[in-house]
Design a protein around this ligand. Structure first.
Ligand SMILES: [Zn+2]
Length: 72
């Protein structure tokens, strides 16, 4: 008799839903990937946007009014 592995042996879990929230570490909801909830998504997005906005304001404005239209 050959020793075969049990048929109830589950394959290695490779589901993406096993990921953890990038914010708090809780199980990620497919709807709010890569976060666990809309709250975490908004928090992360808000911080990211704030940081990006801060960097953007650090640079000189590119929409400056054109010069050369001086009145005589
Ligand atoms: Zn979270």
């Amino acid at each position: 008799m050959s020793a075969e592995p049990p048929s109830d042996d589950k394959p290695p879990a490779v589901c993406v839903t096993a990921a953890k929230c990038a914010r708090c570490g809780q199980p990620v909801q497919a709807r709010y990937r890569p976060f666990c909830s809309q709250r975490c998504a908004e928090i992360d997005l808000g911080s990211w946007f704030t940081e990006r906005y801060r960097v953007a304001t650090d640079e000189p404005p590119t929409d400056a009014p054109p010069k050369g239209e001086e009145e005589p």
